[in-house]
Design a protein around this ligand. Structure first.
Ligand SMILES: [Zn+2]
Ligand SMILES: [Zn+2]
Length: 307
């Protein structure tokens, strides 16, 4: 069935844009796993991307294993009234479900992980609840330690499952009042990347939450960190035989706040996934870092290091 385009009736065929898209696609982690696998083919970091595919497969299995915990009515009310993100990650009291998601993910990956990974997973599996909560706090706050690096993909994966399950239980009317365009209207986390979408949202730019997988619209050619439209430039590298100008992935750099975030053009590849494609284009981060720009949003499956 074709997706209807809603018009406002006054300016011809101007679509009324969905400002917020909640993560209602229950196949999102299976699709991400397939994307990691296809990106791994012929990639210099193929083993790494295949390991990430295993984690995404484990996320796919964990997602339907539990129901979303109820969200307090007061949080929904202050979101509807004042635009406060209802699941603000830094203040949200996480339920124990996320640790159950983590144990499921660790157990699933252990069944097929290489020997080198088994030791990490055994150590992670032996951590007490308070140590896991401390790891989650650091990941959400963006203060992970180098000593956490091996655990980060699993903690991040479990938190994504937990928060995206909660986000999918919302309705758009709960969260559309949030007018801070630089953070997620559901969980107040920064975006991992932006995507120029195809289909009904043709060429509209959506920021993709690094944590809860919600997407929200932001106009193009605007810094997703400081919201200026001055001094925006695009950097890219040659990729899979495409010239830099035709690249699927570009870095949107801002000379005002010296930050950048990647932007993926779905028109160049319908299967682009902001989390998987981000990790497959770390070479672009190196290039942009060298130009003096700092990345503005995290990828929660990756510890960027203290260097
Ligand atoms: Zn979010
Ligand atoms: Zn900026």
């Amino acid at each position: 069935m074709p997706t209807p385009i809603i018009t406002d009736g006054s300016i011809g065929r101007v679509p009324q844009l969905p400002r917020v898209a909640l993560p209602t696609n229950v196949h999102r982690y299976a699709e991400r796993a397939s994307r990691f696998e296809s990106l791994a083919n012929g990639h210099p970091m193929a083993d790494y991307l295949r390991a990430m595919a295993q984690i995404a497969r484990a996320q796919d299995a964990a997602l339907p294993a539990r129901a979303a915990a109820p969200i307090a009515a007061a949080l929904l009310e202050s979101s509807r009234q004042y635009g406060m993100p209802p699941l603000s990650a830094q203040s949200h009291e996480r339920g124990a479900e996320w640790r159950a998601d983590l144990r499921d993910i660790v157990a699933a990956v252990r069944r097929s992980a290489a020997d080198g990974m088994q030791h990490t997973l055994a150590r992670l599996g032996a951590l007490a609840d308070d140590a896991l909560e401390a790891l989650a706090e650091r990941l959400i706050a963006g203060t992970t330690l180098d000593a956490d690096a091996a655990f980060v993909p699993f903690i991040g994966a479990a938190l994504q499952v937990y928060f995206s399950r909660l986000a999918a239980a919302l309705i758009v009317a709960d969260v559309e009042r949030c007018d801070v365009a630089t953070v997620c209207p559901v969980c107040a986390t920064r975006p991992v990347a932006s995507v120029l979408r195809i289909g009904p949202q043709n060429s509209l730019r959506y920021l993709h939450c690094a944590l809860c997988e919600t997407e929200w619209n932001m106009v193009r050619v605007m810094c997703s960190s400081c919201e200026t439209d001055k001094g925006i430039a695009y950097l890219s590298v040659e990729q899979e035989g495409r010239s830099a100008a035709e690249a699927l992935a570009k870095a949107e750099t801002c000379s005002e706040c010296k930050s950048y975030l990647k932007i993926f053009n779905q028109d160049k590849d319908a299967f682009v996934d902001p989390v998987a494609d981000d990790l497959a284009t770390l070479a672009l981060d190196v290039l942009v870092d060298e130009q003096g720009f700092a990345r503005s949003g995290p990828n929660l499956l990756f510890h960027p290091g203290s260097g």
